[in-house]
Structures are given as C-alpha cells and as structure tokens.
Design a protein around this ligand. Sequence first.
Ligand SMILES: *Cc1c(COP(=O)(O)O)cnc(C)c1O
Length: 478
Amino acid sequence: MKLLFEESSQGRHLDLIPDCDTPEYRLSDDALRKRQARLPELSEVDLSRHYTQLAKQTHGVNDGFYPLGSCTMKYNPRIDEEMAGLEGFADIHPLQGQDSVQGSLEVIYRTKELLCEITGMDDMTLQPAAGAHGEYTGLLLIRKYHLDRGDTERVNIIVPDSAHGTNPASATMAGFKVINVPSNAEGGVDLDELRKVVGKDTAGLMLTNPNTLGLFDPNILEITKIIHEVGGLCYYDGANLNAIMGRVRPGDMGFDCIHLNLHKTFATPHGGGGPGSGPVGCKEFLRDYLPGKMTGKNENGYYLYTPAKTMGQVRSFYGNFLVVVKALTYILTLGKEGVKEASGKAVLNANYMKERLRKYYDVAYDTTCMHEFVLCLERLKKEKGVSAMDVAKASLDYGIHPPTMYFPLIVHEALMFEPTETESKEVIDEAVDVYVEIYEKAQSDPEYLHSAPHHCPITRPNETEAARNPILKYEWQD
Ligand SMILES: *Cc1c(COP(=O)(O)O)cnc(C)c1O
C-alpha cells in the first residue's frame, strides 16, 4: 500500500482547514521555516480511501475474536461513546469556573464512589492516565506514608515472578528496590519464600489477583497478613478486575491501595494508543497523600480541593475525563447485578474455552481459571518444531487476533487467552475449531505454520526492529 506522500500530486488539495478567525501572529524570522512544509497533496476522496484501506488491514474487536490475554479486549457498548461525546462533557475547558461544570464534577465524584464500592477502598483519584501510571502513583502513596512516619528504612517492594512487567518497572521508577518472589507449583505466591524476604526494609508488596496466569491465589489473606505484620503495605494491581468485579473486593483481601484500568474493565478499548485511565484507590489512612485536585461534595454542590499532605499532581488537571464518563455510563448501564454477571461470564467463557482446548494443547496450570488461562506449547515445539509464535501467527489467517505470546515469562512457549464476557458460545466454539485445525496442521505439515500467516497484508515483520526502530517519518528523496 502506498503512503500518503507517495500518493501526493502537486496542486491537488482539499479544504479541511477553516480560515483563521483570530488575528495573525508573526513569529520572529529565526523561528520560521526556511522552506514551505512539504505536506502531501491529495483530494478528499483519495484521503478517505487511504484511511479506509488502512482500517481494513487492521484487526479490532469489531472485526472478530480478540482473545489478547491481560488486555481485556471486550466489546464496549456504543452508548458509552455517545455519552462521552455530549457537548457538556466534550466541549468544556479544565480552567472553567467550578460553578459551570457541576455536572462534570458530579461524574468524577459518582464514578469515584462506585469504584470505591466495587473495590472496597475509601477514596480514589482519577488523575493517572494508565495502569502503569497508576502503579507509579500508588507506590508514591506508599513512599509518602512511610516517610511521613519517619520510617526511612523501607526501600524494598516485593513482586512475584508472575507479575506484569510494569510492576517492577514502576517500583524502580518510584525509587524502590525490587525483590522477586517465586511462584509455587500451583502458580500462586510461595509463602515460605515470601516469609524469607520480608522485614523492616519492606515498603510493600505489589500483586494482582487473579494473577497473570489467570489464577486466583487462595492464600491471599495470609499473603497480605505477612506483609502487614512487618509494617509493609499491600498494593493491588487491578488490571485483572474483570474477573472479580461485583464478587470479591481487593479491600477485603487486605490491600491498602490499588489501581484500576478503566481502559480494560470499564468500557474504554485497550491498545491502539487512545487515552486510558488508571484510577488509584486507597484506604482511609492514605487519602491525605493522594494527588490533587480531588472532588468533594457539600451542601453547596461539588468542589475541588487539595488533600492535606498531597504528593502533588501526577498529571495535568483531572486525568482523562471522557474515559471516566464512559466508565460511569458503563457501570450505571450494567447496574449492580450486571457488573457481577459480566465477571461471571468472563470466567465461564475462559473455563469453557480452556476445557475444550486442553484435549489438544497443554494447559500451564491445569485447574479452574479466572478470566484468562495460559497454554504451554513446549511439547508441540519439541515434537513438531511448532512454536507458540507459529500458532499465534496462523490464527491471523482465520481472522482471529493472536492471544498474548510468551507471557507470563515463567511459562515457556506461552499463549495466554482471554475470551472476555462479550463473546458468545458460538464465537468461542469457532475459535476453538480454528485452534484444533492449527494443531492438526502442526502434526501433518509443520512447515506450513512456520511461514504463517499466508493471507495477511504482512507476514512476519522483525518484531524487535518494528518496536525499537519504527520508521515514523517520511524522507523525501530530493
Ligand atoms: C495492562 C496491565 C498493566 C498496565 O496497564 P497499562 O494501562 O497498559 O499501563 C498492569 N498490570 C497488569 C496485570 C496488566 O494487565
């Protein structure tokens, strides 16, 4: 497919940019371009076709099954987008007077209240822009808490070896030292190993439950107790909340602070580079450290305030507000029972898919899973030379987005599936049939799979190069 620059033809144009309606301001000469910006010149129809063609080459939830584990790629109802598009939400300015945005402050306040109820927290900031940003904010909360009490010895954050990569990264960014704890044979935290590493230097623990293997740790109360007994705090990575919302709450599992991914669980699509939101919730004793501004409510209405010992701001203004509008719409549309039903179906779908697939592929931890599960293709690799990558790439030919590959790191040749609650039994059955067909192909013609996909616009890009050295800029030849 040609780039817009290659399609460009001098003199052709479209008038999308309106005439300037403010007085012109002339920059000083040294700030001006030496030559005209060389923008591609196209007609509107060429431009429209270009992007439509591009859109056809990609794969989204609206195109088909998207079981990308740990990402919760579910269908997000259109009504959520519609609400976020309302003028009263979309066209306001963050510096507008509080009196004129009472409705928006109410959205922030009510979303916070509902998310606190769902998670068992006492207060919450909606400022962080992503999960990892929430982790960083939560760790600063923990840091502030210890330092405020004059406890300067606590430099370690304990992270299980099954953790999402952002956990150790955030802990390092927040100035902590990361201590790894291994998993036990069941895929949970090894309690004996945990006891060995805790002490006066423990600032806290970061954990997601269900973990990235899709398993709920049955020792969770013991785990948080071990940390609390040495004076540490427990941080809950809530990116996997889709499995438990409406059923069990991190606050009741013993966690002191948490983040959520609104762009996974609560109606904003994940991935694609759009805005996200990683609210951070905490128990009462941490609320004074939360980043400002927070939204409060009194007899005169809603107002903004800065918490007493705030860590400061972690992002401009109030976070990605329209993502919050979508989350509130989603929760109110589902209602209390609907939220519970969603997590129930997410878990049911994952277990159904796992049970059908395990007759062909090995399941990494062969027990009841939560909203996702991990296959281990080590045996297939050894016997037939077919890797997790080969199987994932082959599924593209069938219009299925690949599952998460080679993660979590503790499972070799891992494929991690998360079918989500919005898929029907028929869709899951069709997907399983595809994976069975690929399995049979692996037995009869492994070579074919090494070069899959065979019917996609691109086959096997160099993934490292594509991630590390993306070509984002067009170089004119002359
Ligand atoms: C997605 C995810 C994160 C990070 O969230 P981002 O919004 O991508 O920064 C953290 N932990 C887990 C378990 C996740 O799945």
